[in-house]
Design a protein around this ligand. Structure first.
Ligand SMILES: [Fe+2]
Ligand SMILES: [Fe+2]
Length: 250
């Protein structure tokens, strides 16, 4: 296996991932990159898991997985806000909005999709190119809504006249991004992969890794995942079973 190709290190070497807020500071310097680069080529130590290769497209799609988990929290929170606004701590929503800003908007969208994916897809034949303008508009609208959520959740308690507008904003954000990410997964990323070919896909996978390390100083995905799990736990939304649909009417 080409040792330069993108790899994910799982296991106890990432046990310190709870430092997301610090590590999410943009442009935290190349030192983390060098450290991780060294680490990833070492043989797994006792208690560590094997390294697992992650391609560029798989990487983009698992980033969507983190964002979808944020959307689930928004969706559930919109329902709860209408039932009992006091049951939704504003700081929990603020944490979700911060994660979406740092990991989704500032990294996944601005550093990867808008620089590498969309310009290539726009020049490629096929239907994918026709989606790019709308996808960019949706990135902009998403950032406006995140600004709003961050502003409104700064207070210890939501003002009563903010509850319904916030619930509506969360729901419309979820509706937009669910479809946005689905189009990217099923149309845009496959078109990008076809347009660039395997060699460039491998090179860009490596480049994406460098960008991730520059942005987060460590493995941004692992840190975002840990952070999302903490938020879900704090809101009592960590149990997958609670989302199993009821049986249909007989
Ligand atoms: Fe996007
Ligand atoms: Fe995306």
């Amino acid at each position: 296996m080409d040792s330069k190709r993108r790899q994910l290190i799982t296991g106890i070497s990432l046990a310190g991932a709870g430092v997301l807020l610090n590590a999410c500071r943009p442009n935290s310097g190349p030192s983390g990159s060098a450290t991780n680069e060294n680490t990833k080529n070492e043989a797994p130590k006792s208690g560590e898991e094997e390294t697992v290769e992650v391609t560029a497209t798989e990487d983009l799609m698992r980033e969507h997985g983190i964002l979808r988990r944020a959307l689930l929290v928004y969706q559930e929170s919109a329902v709860k806000l209408r039932q009992d606004a006091a049951s939704v701590p504003p700081d929990a929503l603020e944490k979700v909005a911060n994660l979406f800003r740092v990991f989704g908007e500032d990294y996944h969208e601005k550093k990867l999709e808008e620089v590498f994916i969309f310009p290539t897809v726009q020049k490629a034949p096929g239907i994918a190119a026709s989606y790019v303008d709308v996808l960019l508009q949706q990135h902009t609208r998403g950032r406006e809504i995140t600004d709003y959520v961050l502003a409104i959740t700064k207070a210890d308690k939501l003002a009563s006249n903010s509850v319904e507008p916030l619930a509506k904003a969360l729901e419309s954000f979820v509706r937009m991004y669910e479809h946005h990410a689905a189009i990217e997964d099923t149309v845009i990323f496959p078109a990008w992969k076809s347009a660039i070919g395997q060699g460039e896909l491998d090179e860009l996978g490596e480049k994406f890794e460098d960008i991730e390390h520059e942005q987060f100083g460590d493995d941004g995905y692992e840190m975002a995942l840990k952070r999302m799990e903490e938020i879900e736990n704090s809101l009592g939304m960590a149990n997958l079973e609670m989302f199993t649909a009821p049986a249909p009417p007989k």
